[in-house]
Design a protein around this ligand. Structure first.
Ligand code: C2E
Ligand code: MG
Ligand code: MG
Ligand code: MG
Length: 294
């Protein structure tokens, strides 16, 4: 960003740049400490069936509670971690913690056998040729079968990825792990990568979900994504579902699974078990929506 701005801007600009740079450096130092001193934890948000509101899985989302500054959002610190070379360490910690937790939930009967955890991976993590071996070791260690694990990556991974990344993805898929395209539709790529890589599903970005039921174009875009996904045998999850209207609109265009505040935000592992265990075993929290009221 700074590179493209060119020299000789106003002092006000330089000052604010300076503040930003200092803020970044401070956060980088703090993040190294956070890793070493238990300030990171993982929150879990349900991935639900739209018709029943029953979770089929959960997304693991990293949280950072800074001792003085309070919670710092991942949108702030993940990019810093990526630039500072800390993302592998953070990503590894999140993945292990999430798989450990899933192993505990499975052994305690909190979740069903086919409940899966979806874990975000940064592009950088997928350049490690050892990753498939490491993940398979972790699954073994925590008693988690591969079909209960999904890895979420953005389109850029497949568009800009090296041949190493490609091999890593194929090996992960060979293990049986699901591979989901996160924030689907926000990249500016041709869709060719969906054929080239062993992707199993897409997560439709929230920006396409916001206007559903109100903005006709959004409905049509999502309808087209569903048609394409069905033709390619891909699963579809809608992100950021906040209203019943959005849920109805998703259902009407054929989306089966969703994630969003309508059902629940990401919460601690203990809260997740408390809130969702009975729902997963005993039944629906919402009535089945009617696809085409007539
Ligand atoms: P994402 O992977 O697309 O995750 C979904 C984000 O949408 C989460 O934000 C979630 O809390 C938020 N969200 C869920 N439902 C709703 C809703 O109904 N409305 C709205 N407005 N937002 C909703 P969060 O937890 O702040 O994470 C932001 C991003 O940070 C994630 O986007 C992901 O790209 C990244 N991230 C989070 N955890 C990790 C991680 O462990 N590793 C990596 N590499 N990235 C992570
Ligand atoms: Mg994600
Ligand atoms: Mg997402
Ligand atoms: Mg998103």
């Amino acid at each position: 960003r700074a590179k493209g701005e060119g020299p000789g801007r106003s002092t006000i600009f330089d000052t604010s740049m300076h503040t930003q740079v200092r803020e970044r450096i401070e956060l980088e130092v703090a993040l190294r400490q956070a890793l070493a001193s238990d300030q990171l934890h993982v929150a879990y948000q349900p991935l639900v069936r739209l018709e029943t509101g029953i979770p089929v899985g959960a997304e693991a989302l990293v949280r950072w509670l800074h001792p003085e500054r309070g919670p710092i959002p991942p949108m702030t610190f993940i990019p810093i971690a990526e630039d500072a070379g800390l993302i592998n360490e953070i990503g590894t910690w999140v993945r292990k913690e999430a798989l450990r937790q899933l192993g505990v939930w499975r052994s305690q009967g909190v979740v069903r056998d086919d409940f899966y955890l979806s874990i975000n991976v940064s592009p950088r993590q997928l350049t490690d040729p050892e990753l498939p071996l490491i993940v398979s070791g972790e699954m073994l260690r925590y008693g988690v079968p591969a079909h209960c694990v999904a890895l979420e990556m953005t389109e850029s991974v497949m568009v800009d990825g090296s041949s190493v990344t490609s091999r890593v993805l194929f090996e992960l898929r060979e293990l049986g792990v699901k591979l989901l395209v996160d924030d689907f539709g926000t990249g500016f790529s041709a869709l060719g990568y969906l054929r080239k890589f062993p992707v199993t599903g897409v997560k439709i970005d929230r920006s396409f979900v916001i206007g559903l039921g109100v903005n006709h174009e959004d409905d049509e875009i999502v309808r087209a994504v569903v048609a394409m996904s069905q033709a390619l045998g891909l699963s579809v999850i809608a992100e950021g579902v906040e209203t019943p209207l959005q849920r109805e609109a998703l259902w009407a265009v054929g989306v089966v699974n969703g994630q969003g505040w309508l059902w629940g935000a990401a919460v601690s592992a203990a809260e997740f078990a408390e809130r969702w265990r009975d729902v997963m075993f005993r039944g629906p929290v919402v009535a089945e929506p009617v696809p085409n009221p007539s």
